[in-house]
Structure formats: C-alpha cells, structure tokens
Design a protein around this ligand. Structure first.
Ligand SMILES: [Zn+2]
Length: 593
C-alpha cells in the first residue's frame, strides 16, 4: 500500500466516547436490546391493528426508544469500522452488531405489518387523535404500500424466490463489472480507475480512456443485456401481480412523490437542454476546440489553490454563521465536540459522509481531507446534512426524524452553494473563480441532466419489454443514444462506442428509477438558493423550519411550506435560472492568456 501524504487534517479524528465509552460497552448493550425487543413483541403482537390511540401512543414511544438504541449501536460499530476497515476488533464488533440488528428487526417487523393490515376506518380514527400527532406521518405513510401488498402467505412465497429471481442477477452483474479489466496505458485497470482519467488535464488521455472502456465493455454487453432483460421481465410480472399501473410507480411511492409531479420534473429538465449546449460550446472555446468530444465534458477548467483544514473549517462556519447563527452553531459544535474525522489514513474508507447516528444523538462526519478546494465544499456538504439531522432530531421522534431520500440532499447541496458563493466572493484570481464556477455547473449537469436521461432510458427499456421485445444489446444501445442525444445536441461529438454507455451502470440493475430523487433534490436546492437571493433574511426562518421537519411530512408538503409547489410546470424554472446565472458568470471571465 502506498504511503498516505500528510495533510493539514493530520490528527483530526472523531471522538466516539459520547456514543459508547468502548467496544465492550457497545457489545454489552446487545443483550438488553434483544430483551427489550422481545418484551415489546410479547406485549403488542397480534394487537396492533386494534390498539386505541392512548395505548398505541405508548407503543410508539417504546418503539422509538428501541429505534434509538438500535441506531446508536449500529452507527457506533459502523463508524469504528469506517476508520479501520481491516481491523479484527472492528470487524468482529460489526458482525456481532449486524446479527443483533437482524434479530431485533425480525422481532419488531410485526408492528408495521399489523398496522398496515388495520381496517381503514379504525386507522382514520387513530390518525385524527392528537395523542399520535408526532408520529402521524409515520403511521399514515407506512400504509402507502398496503394496496400493493399481497396476503402474508403470498408475500412469503415472493420473498422466498427473491434470491434466485433477482439476487442471482445482481450478483452476476456485480461479478462481470467488478472483474472486468480495461487495458489502458499498458496496464489492466478497473472501470473506476479508467473513468477517473476522463477528468484529467490531457485530452488524448481522456479520449483514450473512453475508447478503452467501450472496447473492453463490448464483449460483455450480451451478458449484461441479458441480466437486465431478465430483471425487467420479472419486475413487469411482479408489477402486474401487485397492481402497479406503471414501472416507476413503486419508486414514486417509495419516494412519496406523486407520479404526475415526477413527470413534471423530468419534462422541466428536458425543456432546458439549451443550457447544456450553451455551456458545452463555451467550454469548447475555453479549451480552444471547435467542438467538444464526450471525453472533454469533464476536462478541468480554470485553476485551484490549496486550502488548509483550519481555513476550511473557518470558511464553512463563517459562511453558515452569516446565513444564520443557529446553523453556524451546528458547525462550531461539530468542531468542538470532535465529531469530524478528517484525516485520510491507511485502513480508512474513502469518500465522505454524515452519519445521523440516532434521533437522540448528534451527527458525525467522515471526510478524507486533502487540502483541495473541493474538500472545502465536501465539508460544507456534510455539515449541511448535519444541520438537518440535528434540527430534525430536536423536533421529531425517532420514527419521523429521518428525511426522505428525495430531500436528503437538499440541505447538503444548499450549504455547498452558500459556501461556494463565499469562495467565489473571496477569489481574487479569475482562474480560481472559473474553476469554482465550472465545477458548480458541471456538478449540476451531472446530477440534473444525466440522472434524468437514466430515468428516460429505463422508461424506454421497460416500455419495449412490455411490448414483448427482448432487451438485446443493440436495442438498449439505441434507447441509450436516443435518450442522451438531446442533451449533447450538436455541441458534443459522441464516440461510436457510446452506444454501450448503459452497460455498466449499477442503478438499473439494483434499484430501478433510483436516480431522479437526486435530480429532485439538486433542483430544489438551486430553487431555494434563488429564493434566498431574492428574499434575503426573510428566507432563513422558513428554511430552518423546513430542516426541522425531517421525515414528518412528504417532500411535496415540506417544499410547499417553503414556497415550492412541485405540481406546477414552472416550479423548477428558478433552479434552471440559477444554473444559467452560474454559466453567465463563467462566460464573463476572459480566457487566460
Ligand atoms: Zn450528501
């Protein structure tokens, strides 16, 4: 293994003692947890569907206590492993906690199932009671799959066939894509290693990376298409069995977003392809090219400068303090309590995340801080998550504090934008400004446009399969090109091999229509940014209220409360105007000599 370079984040490690003093204490919590879960089951099993509000409220409180203990334990074990993935003690602890987790979850599963099966009239009476007000959304939304849930015996049979009918295909896909080696620059590389090269400064390398990837994929496209074809065929059958009216409906229901509102979102994205063309043409000019090739879309622009960890923390909390001292306090508290692990080191996992821990605990942040400008934005991003976790934790119960997927990336992206504005204002070097703007525009593109094309590709594939046509590689290639072409327009030259661009994307295999939740969140945070620019300080109070809802309302209700009506065609226009503003600012910068 290579030596990790020293960074200014050296020694910045988190202190997990507030969660558990040590591993032994965490292990010791397991038997008590299983016992409490068993006792809960004894008390309520077979009665949930008929409990009256006072007793149900007590049961929900008990469930919340169990949920918090469970989350705290799983988070502690997970965080321990994150910074020492090969550690024996850490792996043993995780194995023990995982077993306990499965056991406890199995013991508690009856509660939701019985509630889902309760009579509608009884449910409405319960939901009207103030005694369950704090968990009303949890109770109501748990029932949204009820019309698509079959009898207990049927569900059991469907569950039993899952490993062979779905799991085996997932495994085959993962095996093919993870063992696939791409010959590149004299070495056999993984797909990820080659894709990292398309962000490099040398054009020949970037273009060659795509060529190498597509050439290596081609011989496997038959198998990869067959995997997808089998899964799509099976999902279409299950959709019929469960009474879904279209293949995206289970995901829409999961995300708690009305299907019509998802359609509005996707159509809005497609109405704004001109922004992409405009940026691609400008980027070609900056790179001195007549026209961009696919391999130029992530070519670096402008320049960057190193930022120390101390400066980064000051920049982020400073920008957040200016937004709202209440929000800034979340950052200061994170620094002060040592709830951030920033130093990259051997045995530590890559990437970054914010762990919510539990409703009655404060969040933790994991980073791999390497003194780059991008690391500052990552810090802002994760603190954005922490703001929501902390505020929702204070206001909501353990059963309703966790934000839904479609909103989870709103506070993180929004915090990133506030801090980027700060960095832009402070950058006296125009090339550093260009670097920041280009990165903001291209992140928005990769999230908003590209994730939308993936949804359209999936819709195309399910549509074709529903007509009885097998999903052969050539057909998937045609759908892929047809859904991507409008985005690149005539502003980007696509290589011949791009028709295999669908082949290695895991979401299509593992979680269908997964990607639009990210489009939703990114556009929502752009729209909120625009609103903040317009309303100034008047925006702050409603925004903090929004953060503190957590999972206690649907995305539609939450955004309506802060002025975004997701059913309206023009709802997302403000988000695109914000992207256009960034493009204009970048266009105003003279190319460097
Ligand atoms: Zn995030």
């Amino acid at each position: 293994m290579s030596q990790t370079p020293t960074t200014t984040s050296a020694g910045v490690h988190w202190d997990l003692a507030p969660l558990f003093p040590d591993d032994d204490a965490a292990r010791a919590a397991v038997p008590a947890l299983s016992e409490s879960a068993g006792a809960f089951r004894e008390r309520y099993r077979g009665r949930v569907a008929t409990l009256e509000a006072p007793e149900l409220a007590v049961a929900l409180d008990e469930l919340a206590v169990l949920d918090n203990s469970l989350s705290r334990l799983a988070s502690y074990a997970g965080l321990r492993l994150t910074v020492n993935i090969n550690g024996e003690a850490e792996r043993d602890l995780n194995a023990a906690v995982e077993m306990a987790l499965v056991e406890v979850q199995n013991l508690l599963r009856f509660f939701e199932l019985e509630w889902i099966g309760a009579e509608e009239e009884h449910v409405q009476r319960i939901l009207a009671s103030e005694l369950v007000a704090q968990n009303r959304h949890y109770l109501a939304s748990a029932r949204r799959f009820a019309p698509h849930t079959r009898s207990e015996a049927e569900e059991e049979m469907l569950g039993e066939r899952d490993p062979a009918a779905a799991g085996a295909w997932h495994t085959l896909f993962d095996q093919v894509t993870s063992t696939l080696r791409v010959p590149f620059e004299g070495q056999d590389r993984t797909i990820d290693e080659v894709m990292a090269r398309v962000r490099g400064p040398v054009r020949e390398t970037r273009l060659a990376a795509y060529e190498a990837l597509f050439t290596a994929l081609e011989p496997h496209t038959g198998v990869l298409a067959h995997v997808y074809d089998s899964l799509v065929a099976d999902r279409l059958v299950l959709d019929r069995v469960r009474g879904y009216s279209h293949p995206r409906e289970p995901r829409d229901l999961d995300n708690e977003i009305p299907s019509a509102a998802v359609d509005v979102l996707l159509a809005a994205v497609e109405r704004h392809h001109r922004l992409a063309h405009r940026w691609f043409r400008h980027k070609a000019r900056l790179l001195g090219l007549d026209k961009l090739a696919l391999g130029d879309q992530y070519a670096p622009l402008g320049s960057t400068r190193p930022v120390s960890y101390a400066d980064a923390t000051a920049i982020v909390s400073g920008a957040l303090d200016d937004f709202s001292p209440r929000i800034g306090a979340v950052a200061h508290q994170l620094y002060r309590d040592n709830r951030i692990d920033a130093e990259p080191r051997q045995g530590k996992r890559g990437g970054a995340f914010c762990a919510s821990i539990a409703q009655d605990a404060l969040p933790y942040i994991m980073l791999n801080f390497t003194d780059q400008m991008d690391d500052v934005r990552t810090l802002a991003h994760e603190i954005g998550h922490a703001m929501q976790f902390q505020l929702a934790g204070e206001r909501q119960t353990a059963l309703s504090h966790h934000p839904p997927l479609a909103l989870a990336e709103v506070p993180s992206t929004f915090a990133e934008m506030i801090v980027t504005d700060r960095l832009l204002a402070a950058a006296d070097d125009t090339q550093v400004r260009l670097g920041l703007l280009a990165s903001s525009v291209e992140t928005a593109f990769a999230t908003v446009f590209r994730q939308t094309h993936m949804v359209r590709y999936e819709q195309g594939a399910y549509g074709l399969r529903a007509e009885g046509k097998a999903l052969l590689p050539e057909r998937l290639g045609e759908i892929w090109l047809a859904t991507n072409r409008p985005y690149y327009g005539d502003a980007v030259e696509l290589p011949e091999g791009y028709r295999f661009g669908w082949a290695y994307i895991p979401h299509f295999i593992h979680t269908r229509f997964y990607t639009y939740a990210y489009v939703f969140a990114h556009l929502a945070s752009l729209a909120l940014s625009a609103k903040y620019r317009e309303d100034g300080d008047a925006f702050v109070g409603p925004y903090l209220d929004f953060l503190s809802i957590g999972g206690a309302a649907s995305p539609q209700e939450q955004l309506a409360g802060i002025g975004l009506d997701i059913t309206r065609d023009d709802c997302w226009d403000a988000g695109f105007a914000e992207i256009e503003r960034l493009i204009e600012m970048a266009e105003a910068i003279e190319p460097s000599a």
